[in-house]
Design a protein around this ligand. Structure first.
Ligand code: ZN
Length: 134
């Protein structure tokens, strides 16, 4: 078992790397409000499994959650690899910023009908989503 490249403390298990490592849990905590989830005391891996298993629903918040999940897992994995292979380290704020940029760029490519959920997402993410004319 190799040691986690993010904290250099614990064994690099899948759950540790993506959820419980200091860097990863800081990222998930920062993402919480952006996903419109108030989860106190939750186990992140269970929450995420929950999202993943839910039937696809095209509500805007479920799209936001799926984008956050994919971007966070990708961002954490990239940070791990750059520490191992390039000896470059980013802070969790920087990794978080990259994750948000990725989600934001996907969200602004969407088109949606006006709704209160859409306005909420625009507010929370500080973006404008194009409207479908109907
Ligand atoms: Zn770690």
């Amino acid at each position: 078992m190799s040691v986690c490249a993010l904290c250099m403390k614990d064994d690099e298990t899948h759950d540790h790397l993506f959820f419980y490592c200091q860097l990863s849990s800081a990222i998930w905590n920062s993402l919480k409000t952006l996903m419109n989830k108030q989860m106190v005391d939750c186990k992140w891996n269970e929450t995420i499994n929950n999202f993943a298993e839910k039937p696809c629903n095209n509500s805007i918040w479920s799209i936001v959650r799926r984008l956050c999940l994919a971007a966070a897992v990708y961002g954490i994995w990239r940070e791990r690899n750059s520490r191992i292979f390039s000896d470059e380290r980013c802070t969790h704020e920087t990794v978080f910023g990259k994750i948000c940029d990725q989600v934001r760029s996907r969200l602004i490519s969407l088109k949606a009908k006006s709704s209160s959920a859409i306005s909420q997402v625009e507010h929370v993410w500080n973006i404008k989503i194009r409207r479908i004319n109907n």
